[in-house]
Design a protein around this ligand. Structure first.
Ligand SMILES: *Cc1c(COP(=O)(O)O)cnc(C)c1O
Length: 398
């Protein structure tokens, strides 16, 4: 009898009790808006910003409505204008080109390597095609950040990091989100902290921080941002920056603060699960695990492997057979986007030239979420199921 896995790939852990209690307290006093405080009360949103800035080691932090909002705000705050071209990853999720489109700019896609990171040779070749790079650390894979910054610095490219999958990750010990000008994070349910929706924006640049605060809809209450720049920074910025509301509220911040306290522990738990899966999959027929770099501190909240040069029908058979045994794999090689598995040629509002080398990689990418509700035994079983099915397809019974 074949084993069948019974867990849910979309079930996250509950909000910690401390977060539930803090959320109830906010609801009881009713001051959910970040600027609605009494006396010398400091809003939950402001406290979250201070704590997150300290966590990543950034000077300034702004809590916003979503990761997508953080990215669009970052693009505006560094001066991207309608019809500007913005470099970004061919392998990422829809909110990334969407943030570029939201400011009226035009994505220029940079390829993906077999290690699932941005192709730095392709970046160097396209460095004259945009003055901003929205770099997505897609699925938590970090490219050589020193080399990337060298290329971008030499070409005068401003880097904005999409850290939706790298909250808690680092390259050579330096946190993801602090290499470029701005780091953007998502607190949507499937990321590393869960407030349903939400985003965080970090930078060391006072003017960029001031613009972001004004964009997010601070009325003229920017002095209440304790993780914001000094008030002199706003002197002219406050008159020049439109209000494009996208603030976070105190209820979400209350839920997130205890999760930030637990984040390091959670990252360790994700990696235990990731390594169990990786060990179980390594060496399976026809399947390539993604080797991690020693400079990379990653958070294994999802796992990817490659089915290199497999026939589409065989990939679909593997995905189907695993699904029949309770294991949900997502395939980025599908001709059409399914769920979240879109890629550069799915975004037809962009006129993107074909990228044959990236297409070859994308055609083989299999992706799987690793919720913390899975035990290590669950992960071992999932790996056994994938391995068995991959082996059955590679060596068909006669
Ligand atoms: C989730 C995600 C975002 C941000 O998403 P929001 O839903 O807007 O918070 C950005 N980039 C990637 C790669 C993501 O997966």
């Amino acid at each position: 009898m074949d084993e069948v896995f019974g867990g849910s790939f979309t079930q996250q852990e509950p909000i910690p009790e401390a977060g539930i209690a803090a959320a109830v307290a906010v609801m009881r006093h009713g001051r959910l808006h970040r600027y609605n405080t009494v006396g010398d009360e400091i809003a939950e949103t402001v406290l979250l910003e201070q704590e997150f800035a300290a966590y990543v080691g950034a000077k300034y932090c702004l809590a916003v409505a979503s990761g997508g909002y953080a990215m669009a705000t970052a693009l505006r705050a560094v001066g991207v204008k309608p019809s500007d071209r913005v470099l970004t990853n061919a392998f990422t999720l829809a909110p990334v080109p969407g943030a570029i489109a939201a400011v009226g700019a035009v994505p220029v896609f940079v390829g993906v390597t077999r290690s699932l990171v941005l192709d730095l040779e392709d970046l160097a070749a396209k460095a004259d095609q945009g003055s901003v790079l929205l770099l997505s650390h897609m699925r938590g894979h970090l490219c050589d950040m020193e080399r990337l910054m060298e290329i971008c610095d030499a070409a005068g490219i401003t880097v904005i990091e999409d850290c939706a999958h790298t909250m808690g990750a680092a390259w050579k010990g330096k946190p993801s989100g602090t290499w470029g000008k701005v780091g953007c994070y998502s607190c949507q349910t499937y990321k590393h902290m869960n407030s349903g929706e939400g985003g965080l924006f970090v930078t060391d640049d006072a003017e960029v921080a001031a613009r972001a605060i004004m964009y997010s809809g601070s009325y003229m209450l920017y002095e209440r941002h304790l993780a914001g720049p000094p008030k002199e920074t706003f002197e002219t910025i406050r008159f020049e920056t439109p209000n494009i509301s996208g603030r976070m509220d105190n209820l979400r911040a209350a839920i997130l603060r205890p999760q930030l306290e637990d984040l390091a522990t959670q990252c360790t738990r994700w990696n235990e699960r990731y390594l169990t899966l990786e060990t179980g999959l390594r060496g399976a027929a026809g399947l390539t695990v993604i080797e991690r770099q020693e400079q990379e501190t990653f958070v294994g909240s999802s796992i990817q492997f490659l089915l290199e040069d497999w026939q589409a029908a065989d990939v679909q058979m593997l995905v189907g057979r695993c699904a029949a045994r309770g294991v949900e794999l997502k395939w980025f090689g599908n001709a059409e986007p399914v769920g979240f598995t879109s890629r550069y040629d799915s975004w037809r509002y962009v006129d993107a030239p074909a990228m044959p080398q990236s297409d070859r990689v994308l055609a083989g990418i299999i992706d799987m979420r690793v919720p913390l509700t899975f035990s290590l035994d669950d992960c071992a079983m999932i790996a056994r199921i994938i391995r068995e099915e991959a082996e059955r397809i590679s060596t068909p019974a006669t």
